[in-house]
Design a protein around this ligand. Structure first.
Ligand SMILES: [Zn+2]
Length: 212
C-alpha cells in the first residue's frame, strides 16, 4: 500500500488539503493530534500530558502509528502532524517498511507568512458552537456567531506570540525533513495563498503526475 505524507507550515491550512485527499482520492486520513486526543479519552496519563500542553513520549506515538497501520491493512494513508522532524522520520520509515508501505509522495503545504498570520490571528471561535470565523476575511457583525448568536472569542493558540514560536520551531525542526524528501525527489509543494479551488487544482496536478 501507499502513504502520502502531509507537511504544513504553521497556519498554511493543512485541513483543507487533507480533507480533499480523503474525499476525492480515498486516502485514510491519520492525524496524530486526533489519534492522541482519542487515546486520551481512555488513558489518564496521556490525558494529563495533553492537558498540560506537554509533548507525548515518542514511544507512545510510534505504538499508535503501528496500531492504526496494522488494523487497516488495505488502506492508503495520508499522515499528518507526524513525523515532524528527522529523528522521528527514521522510526516512521522503519514502521512503514515493516508493513510494505511505500511513501510515494510528500506534500508540503506552503503559505506566505503574512497571510498565515492573518489567518491565525484573525481567527475567532464561537464560544457556544465552535464555528470559526476570520475577522479579516469574513463579515462579522457585533462579534456574534451567524449560526447560533454566541459570542466570538480568540483562542490562546491563535495569538501572534504563539504563532511565532510555532513558526520558529517549524523552520528549525521540520524544514530539515522537508529538505530530506526534496532530495529524494518525493516532494511536491502546494501553495495555499489563494482560493480553495486554486489549491485543489494544484493537488489534482500533482496527483496526476504520479499516475504515469
Ligand atoms: Zn455559534
Amino acid at each position: 500500500m501507499k502513504a502520502l505524507l502531509l507537511i504544513s507550515a504553521p497556519g498554511a491550512g493543512k485541513g483543507v488539503v487533507s480533507k480533499y485527499l480523503k474525499d476525492k482520492y480515498k486516502y485514510m486520513h491519520v492525524s496524530m493530534g486526533n489519534l492522541l486526543r482519542e487515546k486520551a479519552k481512555t488513558d489518564k496519563t496521556i490525558d494529563d500530558i495533553l492537558k498540560k500542553g506537554e509533548f507525548v513520549d515518542n514511544k507512545i506515538v510510534y505504538e499508535l502509528l503501528e496500531d492504526i497501520i496494522k488494523n487497516n491493512p488495505n488502506e492508503n494513508f495520508v499522515f499528518e502532524g507526524f513525523p515532524r522532524m528527522l529523528e522521528q522520520n527514521e522510526v516512521f520509515e522503519k514502521i512503514l517498511n515493516k508493513y510494505d508501505i511505500i511513501i510515494d509522495r510528500v506534500i508540503y503545504v506552503d503559505i506566505k507568512k503574512e497571510i498565515a498570520i492573518k489567518r491565525i490571528t484573525g481567527r475567532l471561535t464561537c464560544s457556544n458552537c465552535n464555528e470559526t470565523y476570520n475577522k479579516y476575511f469574513d463579515n462579522i457583525n457585533d462579534n456574534k456567531c451567524k449560526i447560533c448568536g454566541g459570542d466570538l472569542i480568540k483562542r490562546n493558540d491563535d495569538k501572534l506570540s504563539t504563532y511565532n514560536i510555532r513558526y520558529d520551531a517549524f523552520i528549525d525542526k521540520t524544514m530539515p525533513l522537508v529538505n530530506y524528501y526534496k532530495e529524494k525527489n518525493l516532494l511536491y509543494t502546494v501553495f495555499n495563498n489563494e482560493s480553495v479551488e486554486n489549491t485543489y487544482n494544484q493537488i489534482d496536478e500533482l496527483m496526476d503526475k504520479e499516475m504515469k
